[in-house]
Design a protein around this ligand. Structure first.
Ligand SMILES: [Zn+2]
Length: 174
């Protein structure tokens, strides 16, 4: 295969990945908007995180900014509420059971036990619980009617902690 052909092939492969990713983001955002009245996301500081070289690829690859943009316009179009939680809210380090705040939680720690109430946490699920609770407080929902839905990135071999994966949906009562 000559050089030009090889180059074209690589470009095609890149295009394919881009399309698959765009498709995934659209399907995921549409799905969330369809089944939830209120969607809570964390305002991840995409620009700041991209300055951190280790996180840059992960964040850019995940298309978080684009995902949020899609949720915003789709929520508006469908009359849904999108709640964006402050990026400095310590969603990962706070125990969703008792509110204990850890001084430190490294990115590589996937599970931890709360020193306050001994609850064992999955890092991402705990963060999601906190974010959905904060979102409910903002949106004024009563605490009984929500359940969450995690959003997983496609083919995730990435350190998911960097994304925290805490997009959760507040479902309509059945
Ligand atoms: Zn606790």
């Amino acid at each position: 295969m000559n050089r030009r052909k090889a180059k074209a092939k690589v470009a095609r492969a890149h295009r394919k990945v881009r399309n698959a990713r765009a498709d995934f983001l659209h399907r995921t955002s549409t799905n969330l908007i369809r089944r939830a009245d209120t969607i809570v996301i964390e305002d991840l500081a995409v620009a700041n995180m991209v300055k951190n070289r280790r996180l840059a690829r992960v964040i850019s690859d995940a298309g978080w900014g684009e995902f949020r943009r899609q949720l915003e316009y789709k929520a508006e179009r469908a009359g849904r509420t999108l709640v964006v939680i402050d990026r400095w809210y310590p969603s990962s380090k706070t125990c969703s059971n008792c509110g204990h705040l850890l001084a430190k939680l490294s990115l590589s720690t996937r599970h931890w036990t709360c020193p306050g109430c001994r609850t064992r946490h999955d890092r991402d699920i705990n963060a999601a619980e906190n974010i959905v609770a904060a979102g409910r407080a903002v949106a004024g929902h009563n605490p009984g009617d929500a359940c969450g839905a995690g959003v997983r990135r496609q083919g995730s071999s990435l350190p998911q902690s960097a994304l925290k994966q805490e997009t959760r949906a507040v479902r309509r009562p059945a």
